[in-house]
Design a protein. Structure first.
Length: 113
């Protein structure tokens, strides 16, 4: 669960860039999105005014097969990732979502291919 100021904006971000599907809403202050292939579920909850935003100890990491192709697709849709870091068995790039949470795309799951 991520506590954010604008739950719809964040849900729309993950639907647009990572292919999540928004579930029907049961509560006004909570949105659930799910991965279409049975992966993760994310919950976005309305943050209270006193909660500090973007300073949590989380990073959401998404496995992508082709880092540069995914970065180019996202850039066309308004999401800019940073430099691609490469090393033995890994390749990744970082960005932040609209609520300032750190996100990463990684090739780690495809390292043996």
């Amino acid at each position: 669960m991520l506590y954010v100021r604008d739950i719809q904006k964040l849900a729309d971000f993950y639907v647009k860039h990572f292919g999540f599907i928004e579930s029907p809403r049961e509560l006004d202050d909570l949105i659930e999105i799910t991965c279409p292939n049975g992966g993760s579920t994310l919950l976005f909850h309305q943050a209270s005014k006193g909660r500090k935003i973007g300073q949590s100890c989380i990073k959401l990491i998404f496995d992508v097969e082709n880092i540069e192709a995914f970065k180019m697709k996202c850039l066309k849709d308004g999401l800019k990732f940073g430099v691609t870091h490469k090393g033995p068995g890994y390749e990744f790039s970082n960005a932040r979502d609209p609520a300032k949470n750190p996100i990463q795309i990684s090739r780690r799951a495809f390292k043996d291919e």
